[in-house]
Ligand binder design. Structure first.
Ligand code: S3P
Length: 468
């Protein structure tokens, strides 16, 4: 039995830690099969909901990236037994709804917005004080969006200006059930309210105008919670009845579609590529990128569609093709919110113009992703501009010039997206620091090099010249 008590790698860049640059070079076609790590959103939820069940939840295929390990460490600090057996199965000894203990130190959630926001919902129903913090990126992100509904329910908080962390949260065993209409389409805010509602007597509802990822609802239902989901004129209304006893379950975590996005786009834009990505999550609220790539002319098939513990999965087969620019409507944003940076790499190689509409939320992710994509594409010789919450990319109709130096700004998806772009560009693309890639896609460079990509990284000196 291995006890993972804390994040094990050093990717969360602490003060003074040395950056790890990487350079992606154009090389040969990508080929073969790559196993993409487990879904980050489902992994956080498996740990948190497993912690609230009565008995032992088993999770297979859990993402062992820093974000998820930060959630595990925080839950352990509040009395939850979490271990990993020799077969890689994670065992979560639940303490029951409302059964967490006060943590004896600050909860450091590293780079993870999902950990921070969902934990606020979990802490809401406990009458102790916890203090949450994170790395430079996470401490710059807005927490007011979860604090607002939780305050309505009776929770007390204190934070830096603008609702930024460090944040102290004092919950109550006397939570008020509410009905909350989401002001922004956010699965994290929806989940925080539902997790608080799980602890409140009576029925708590959340209404979302645009459907966001529903992993929390699926897993809660799977564990026996009473949920009612209806379509109303205002959108999807989810109602949870509080204070149930959750039953422990076996969770099979699918490969993360948001991580599969990187090799998938790389294979779509590197000429001659032909790759397989098995058992990728195909939840309809997560697959906007694949729909968009197909609209652009990409050759992607979804083989062997099946169910894995309440979540749809399929094996993806991606072959290179010529892409054409498209308009991506705002209504699709929640189903691909994390995939715009890598779609920008595809748009740079496409013929014609691609427009991302209604993407203002990208300004408050791990970095300001609109600014990072705009600066990065411009540095690689691609014409790009933003107009309020729209981004316009003029495709090169083939390999973009490349040659840029990219600032990743502690943002794993910016780092991976520009490594992907470098594989299809005329000149190498260098990213200043790729350590945060370990938060969501441990072994990304090795996985890509296994498919034949040519990515060199100063620290590991693992320049492969495309050899698998
Ligand atoms: C997530 C929801 C999304 C997404 C994030 C994971 C989740 O954030 O960007 O990476 O697991 O609920 P928002 O809820 O802020 O859109």
């Amino acid at each position: 039995m291995t006890d993972h008590t804390a994040p094990t790698s050093s990717s969360s860049p602490g003060p003074g830690a040395a950056p790890r640059p990487a350079t992606a070079h154009v090389g040969t076609a990508l080929s073969g099969t790559a196993r993409v790590p487990g879904d980050k959103s489902i992994s956080h939820r498996a740990l948190m909901l497993g912690a609230l069940a009565v008995g032992t939840t088993r999770a297979e295929g859990l993402l062992e990236g820093e974000d998820v390990l930060a959630t595990a460490a925080a839950l352990r600090r509040m009395g939850v037994g979490i271990t990993r057996d020799d077969n890689g199965v994670w065992l979560i000894e639940g303490v029951g709804v409302g059964g967490l203990h006060a943590p004896d130190d600050v909860l450091d959630l590293g780079n993870s917005g999902t950990a921070a926001r969902l934990l606020c919902g979990l802490l809401a129903g406990h009458d102790f004080t916890a203090i949450l913090t994170g790395d430079d990126s996470l401490r710059a992100r807005p927490m007011g969006r979860v604090v607002a509904p939780l305050t309505e329910m009776g929770v007390q908080t204190a934070s830096r200006d603008g609702g930024r962390m460090p944040l102290s949260i004092t919950g109550t065993t006397d939570l008020l059930p509410i009905e909350y209409v989401l002001p922004v389409p956010s699965a994290q805010v929806k989940s925080a309210v539902l997790l608080a509602g799980l602890h409140a007597p009576g029925r708590t509802s959340v209404v979302e105008a645009l459907a966001t990822r529903d992993h929390t609802e699926r897993m809660l239902a799977h564990m026996g919670a009473e949920l009612e989901i209806t379509d109303t004129v205002d959108g999807r209304r989810i109602t949870i009845t509080g204070q149930p006893e959750l039953t422990p379950v076996e969770i099979q975590v699918p490969a993360d579609p948001s991580s599969a996005a990187f090799p998938a786009v790389a294979a779509a834009i590197v000429p001659g590529s032909d790759i397989y990505l098995p058992a990728v999550g195909m939840n309809p609220a997560r697959i906007g990128l694949f729909d968009t790539l197909v609209e652009m002319g990409a050759d992607i098939s979804r083989d062997n569609p099946r169910d894995a513990g309440g979540e749809p999965v399929a094996d993806l087969h991606i072959r290179a093709g010529s892409l054409t620019g498209v308009i991506v409507p705002a209504s699709r944003a929640p189903s691909m919110i994390d995939e715009y940076p890598v779609l920008a790499a595809a748009a740079a190689c496409a013929a014609g113009t691609t427009v991302f509409e209604g993407v203002g939320e990208l300004r408050v992710k791990e970095s300001d992703r609109l600014a990072a994509v705009e600066a990065g594409l411009a540095a690689c010789g691609v014409a790009v501009w933003t107009e309020e919450d729209r981004m316009v990319i003029q495709g090169c109709g083939g390999p973009p010039p490349g040659g840029g130096d990219i600032a990743a700004n502690l943002d794993h998806r910016i780092a991976m997206s520009f490594m992907v772009l470098g594989l299809a560009a005329e000149n190498p693309v260098t990213i200043d620091d790729v350590r945060t890639v370990e938060t969501s896609f441990p072994g990304f460079i090795e996985t890509m090099c296994g498919l034949g990509a040519d990515i060199s990284s100063d620290q590991t000196n693992d320049h492969t010249d495309g050899a698998p």
